[in-house]
Ligand binder design. Structure first.
Ligand code: EPU
Length: 422
């Protein structure tokens, strides 16, 4: 296991290229299992979660060829002969549960382990299962596994409302329905760019999906889907994370390239209120920070609202704002494991239910901290980059799950981050 040693404070000056999206890539990889010929995916990031999902897919007999230098992946399900996603792999990463929809689509049956809990709470999959049942798929649970089957090769479908709206359930149900359901309607469907990208790819493969980009998706089965070449989106959460990291130091002047700013939803509205100099030019975003950062309270919501995946980073930024702010998470109620660690660095944060109140501005100073999940970890890195002196960030394997070449990208623009064995 490795840790980071970070020396601060350092402004971020220069250019960072944004990588392909982790959360959008995995549904695209799952969709390749539905095709009758190989699929080529571009802009696939080299991340631990991608390698884990590659392994889950390979378990089925599907060949997965990852050209890491080109960030390109070819998947061919021609020899798919095993419809199981085992606990050993699914427990490592919840997105493996997409195999349920992908295998129903490919083979009409699946045995997929239930994902279990995660670092910040139970994160149920009840909506995925209820949705499949509504579709007409037979679902049984036994010894921690979900067994899915269908009597004939197709099911009638149905009309299912997601409450709450769920990215994962929408993706799973779309994957399961496109080749199996006569007509299946998903209401209150997630509209996150990851869902839209998947639906667009499936449509290009030949799927019949009405309402792409809206919250009502109507799917009518097609018999065949063809393999295509398709490009992943850049990572909007990585983009937002670096925007926030730049804002944290008054002398930062950072340009992000290869972005899709229109996929940031309402996030730029909050960002503009900080008082930083912030410009979007096509696929580039430039942030010049300020010594007089304004406190900005935010509440997370489903897309296009403020993303929960930037909640921890925003609260961390607010330690550097001149005043008090409140960050509320309405998507996950218990995603605040970073707070005690941030307080160890000198932050003044107080959690009450699903709100954290941040008293700024505080001078942070280096300490040893550790974290329990991906977004908490990156927030501690950001705090350490503006803290005075040396910090140690333990358990950085979380970062390797979701940020491609994080220390290289940050060191290239002036950070001092060293990876050493823990
Ligand atoms: N929910 C249920 N039942 C379900 C499914 C979800 O009650 O069957 C609830 C959840 O408990 C939550 C809400 O619905 O309160 C939304 O959860 P959602 O299903 O949308 O989340 P997810 O699909 O499990 C994805 C991302 C997360 C991101 C959320 C919200 C991936 C692999 N994961 O998770 O990303 O936080 O959407 O946008 O795409 C991350 O990247 O750090 C991360 C955790």
């Amino acid at each position: 296991m490795d840790k980071f040693i970070i020396e601060g404070p350092t402004p971020l000056i220069g250019t960072i290229p944004v990588s392909g999206s982790k959360n959008a890539a995995m549904p695209l990889m799952a969709a390749a299992l539905l095709a009758n010929s190989p699929t080529t995916l571009n802009l696939i990031p080299r991340l631990k979660d991608i390698y884990t999902f590659k392994k889950v897919i390979e378990e089925t007999g599907t060949s997965v060829n990852f050209n890491e230098d080109a960030n390109s992946m070819v998947l061919d399900p021609a020899n798919l002969n095993n419809t199981e996603a085992p606990y050993e792999l699914v427990r490592r990463m919840r997105a493996s549960f997409y195999m349920l929809g992908a295998l129903i689509g490919n083979a009409g049956e699946a045995k997929v382990s239930l994902p279990g809990g995660c670092a910040w709470g139970p994160r149920p999959v009840d909506l995925h299962l209820k949705g499949f049942e509504e579709m007409g798929i037979n679902i049984e649970l036994d010894q921690g596994y979900v067994y899915a089957s269908i009597k004939n090769s197709t099911v009638e479908g149905g009309d299912f409302t997601l409450n709450p709206s769920s990215v994962g359930a929408t993706i799973n149900l779309v994957l399961g329905a496109v080749k199996r359901a006569e007509k299946f309607i998903i209401r209150n469907a997630a509209k996150e760019p990851d869902v839209v990208l998947l639906c667009k790819m499936l449509a290009e493969m030949g799927a019949d999906i009405e309402g792409i980009g809206t919250d009502t998706l109507t799917i009518r089965k097609v018999d065949e889907l063809k393999g295509i070449e398709y490009s992943n989106d850049p990572d909007r959460i990585e983009t937002g994370t670096f925007m926030i990291a730049a804002a944290m130091h008054p002398e930062s002047d950072l340009t992000l390239t290869g972005c899709r700013p229109e996929q940031l939803g309402k996030f730029p509205d909050s960002f503009k209120k900080l008082g930083v100099d912030f410009k979007i030019d096509g696929t580039e975003i430039r942030i010049k920070s300020t010594a007089n950062l304004q406190p900005v309270s935010v509440t997370t919501k489903i897309y296009p609202g403020f993303p929960t995946d930037l909640q921890a980073q925003w609260a961390t930024l607010m330690t550097q704002a001149n005043g008090t702010s409140v960050v509320t998470d309405t998507v996950y109620f218990d995603r605040f494991s970073y707070v005690p660690e941030l307080n160890r660095l000198g932050g003044k944060l107080r959690v009450e239910k699903n709100k954290v109140t941040i008293q700024g501005k505080t001078i942070l100073s280096g300490a040893s901290v550790m974290s329990t999940d991906l977004r908490a970890s990156v927030s501690l890195v950001m705090a350490a980059m503006v803290a005075k002196g040396k910090s140690e960030i333990l358990r950085i394997y979380h970062l390797d799950r979701g940020y491609e070449q994080l220390e290289k990208k940050l060191n290239d623009v002036g950070a001092s981050i060293q990876r050493v064995p823990q």
